[in-house]
Each structure stands twice: as structure tokens, then as C-alpha cells.
Design a protein around this ligand. Structure first.
Ligand code: CP
Ligand code: NVA
Length: 337
């Protein structure tokens, strides 16, 4: 055994321990340093990586592609209209075929079961590039960004405002609890995490001492936060929900008033992106025409403020995905986390 990570998949955060997540965060910081210094790190020379995307992506696709190339591997994009997955060919058969040709597989799509079955049948490491339930590769980049900014993770309070039951809210709540970061989920009652996700997080929080809060009260939830985090009000696949979400979520928008309510001038703002902070997009224009609002989950002022870190966070997707692929596929010497 060369690496404790070798041959493993990242399907959900709970697949790894606290120490293993910390290792991946630190390894990401190291790989970022190597990249900035121009030091080669071809840990995946000669490997083939399949990139399966049922849903659209800018960051995840670009990060996997550039990370694979920097590692000396060959990435191959297989979009939803390019292959037979689920339409003419089962996940089991697709997994067996891809596993016989590729050394690792990234999957972005709807169902968590599909990504799990791909791992089961392909026999190669599978990395979850987002499902309806979880966004684990995003977590390594996000907590890497928190660590870069504050020099530590334990004791930091990260408050997520908005749609509190989507993949991002689930992943932040569980991962933060694993890492000893206090997670507040501030969302209307009907958009809070399921009991199952809350219980999973609470189990970790008991061990790490992280203090979580799930509330619909904005003032109470954001007070004392080091990080304000938000995501789109309507996730991919639920585009019929704009009407209800715009009505429900406006009090949960990140704006400069909410920033002040944290009472912390050193706080940072994070967003996994893409973001609706102006009317420079088709959706942004449509929402303005229908509801008369120019900004959704974050105001343009907050998005461009001195607190904003979303573009550093986006860049970190590449360094962290590189760490995940190298650790699980690179035959590295990592005897323990
Ligand atoms: N944050 C994120 O996953 O971005 P993409 O949807 O562009 O990949
Ligand atoms: N919750 C969003 C995250 C995008 C990165 C979605 O699933 O569309």
C-alpha cells in the first residue's frame, strides 16, 4: 500500500475521515504552491480520465480538465448527449466499459445512486462532481479557501444563507461538522436540511465540538460569522421553482446590511458560483422582467466588496481537484493522514 487514498472514490464527504479531509486540504495548498512556482507534478502520467456531465458546468469541468493535464493525464469529456448512459445503456454496463478504458471517472448529474453505481461497477476511483445531494469536491476547495484566509479551520463560524436543503447546504453542514467549523444554516423553515442530514452532521459535531445552528432568524444566524456563504436560489434541475424561491428567499440575500449584522469587519463572503448578482445573464434579465429585482442571492455591491472571495474559491477548485485525483490515483507515498 503506497497511499491510504489509493484506489478510493469520493462520492460523499462521509467517505473520508476528518484527518483525511484535512490531508486533502493541505495537499491542495501544496499543489497550489507548486503550480505558482512552475514546478511540474506529473503524478498521473499516462492515465486516462473520463469526465461525465449530465448537468452543465464551468468550474468543475474546467478544474478537472486543467488539473488532469497538469498531472500528466488525458481528460476526455463525455457530455449527456455524447454517450448512452441511462438512455440506451445501463449505469452498470457503462461503468464496466468505462472502467476498462479509463483509470478514473468524474461524474456530475442528478442521482447520487448513479455515481455510487459507477464506482461499484467501474472498479476505478469515481469522483462526485455534484449530484442533487452532495458536492464533495467543492468542499475541499471551500475549506481550503477558509484556511487560506484565517490560517485555521477549527472554531471558525461559517453561515450559509438561502436554500438550506440543496447540495451545497448539505455538504457544508456535514463537512464543517467533520472539520470542527461551526455551521449555521439560515433558511426559511421549508428550505432547511432534512432530519437525516442534520443527524449526520450532529454526529460529527459531537466529536469535533463544532456548534451548529439551523434557524430562519437572519439576525441570530449571521451574528458573529467569519464567513457568509450563499448559493443560487434555484439549483440545476428545479428551474420551475423561481417564482416560489424569489418570494421566499429575499430576506436571505447577502447584502451589505447582512454583512454589518455579522459584527465582524474581517469576515469573508463565499459563493460556489455561478451567481445572480446583476442582470448580465439570461436568467438575471428574465427575473428582473418578472419580479423587478436586479439581484438574487447576493447584491452586486457585496459581490464586489472587499470581503468577497468567490474567485479565489473558484481557482481553488482546480488545485483541490488535482489533490483529490493525485491522492486517489497517483500511487503516492501517503502512509497515513
Ligand atoms: N461551483 C461549481 O460547481 O461550478 P460549476 O457548476 O460551474 O461547475
Ligand atoms: N446548488 C447548485 C450548485 C451549483 C454549483 C446547483 O446544484 O445548481
Amino acid at each position: 500500500m503506497t497511499s491510504i487514498f489509493q484506489g478510493r472514490s469520493l462520492l460523499a464527504e462521509k467517505d473520508f475521515t476528518k484527518e483525511e479531509l484535512e490531508y486533502l486540504i493541505n495537499f491542495s495548498l501544496h499543489l497550489k504552491d507548486l503550480k505558482k512556482r512552475g514546478i511540474p507534478h506529473h503524478y498521473l502520467e499516462g492515465k486516462n480520465i473520463a469526465l461525465l456531465f449530465e448537468k452543465n458546468s464551468t468550474r468543475t469541468r474546467s478544474a478537472f480538465t486543467t488539473a488532469a493535464i497538469d498531472l500528466g493525464a488525458h481528460p476526455e469529456f463525455l457530455g449527456k448527449d455524447d454517450i448512452q448512459l441511462g438512455k440506451k445503456e445501463s449505469v452498470e454496463d457503462t461503468g464496466k466499459v468505462l472502467g476498462s478504458m479509463f483509470d478514473g471517472i468524474e461524474f456530475r448529474g442528478f442521482s447520487q445512486k448513479v455515481v455510487e453505481d459507477l464506482a461499484k461497477y467501474s472498479g476505478v476511483p469515481v469522483w462526485n462532481g455534484l449530484t442533487d445531494e452532495w458536492h464533495p469536491t467543492q468542499m475541499i476547495a471551500d475549506f481550503m479557501t477558509v484556511k487560506e484566509n484565517f490560517g485555521k479551520l477549527e472554531g471558525i463560524t461559517l453561515t450559509y444563507v438561502g436554500d438550506g436543503r440543496n447540495n451545497m447546504a448539505n455538504s457544508l453542514l456535514v463537512t464543517g461538522s467533520m472539520l470542527g467549523v461551526n455551521i449555521h444554516i439560515v433558511a426559511p423553515d421549508s428550505l432547511q436540511p432534512t432530519k437525516e442530514v442534520q443527524d449526520l452532521a450532529e454526529g460529527y459535531a459531537k466529536k469535533t465540538g463544532s456548534k451548529n445552528m439551523i434557524t430562519s432568524n437572519v439576525d441570530e444566524g449571521v451574528k458573529g460569522s467569519d464567513v457568509l456563504y450563499t448559493d443560487v436560489w434555484v439549483s440545476m434541475g428545479e428551474e420551475d421553482k423561481f417564482d416560489e424561491r424569489v418570494k421566499m428567499l429575499q430576506p436571505y440575500q447577502i447584502n451589505m446590511d447582512m454583512v454589518k449584522k455579522t459584527g465582524n469587519d474581517d469576515m469573508i463572503i463565499m459563493h460556489c458560483l455561478p451567481a445572480f448578482h446583476d442582470t448580465e445573464t439570461e436568467y438575471g434579465k428574465k427575473i428582473y422582467d418578472e419580479f423587478g429585482i436586479k439581484e438574487m442571492e447576493i447584491t452586486d455591491e457585496a459581490f464586489r466588496s472587499k470581503h468577497a472571495r468567490q474567485f479565489e474559491e473558484a481557482e481553488n477548485r482546480m488545485h483541490s481537484i488535482k489533490a483529490i485525483m493525485a491522492a486517489t490515483l497517483g500511487n503516492l507515498f501517503i502512509p497515513h493522514a
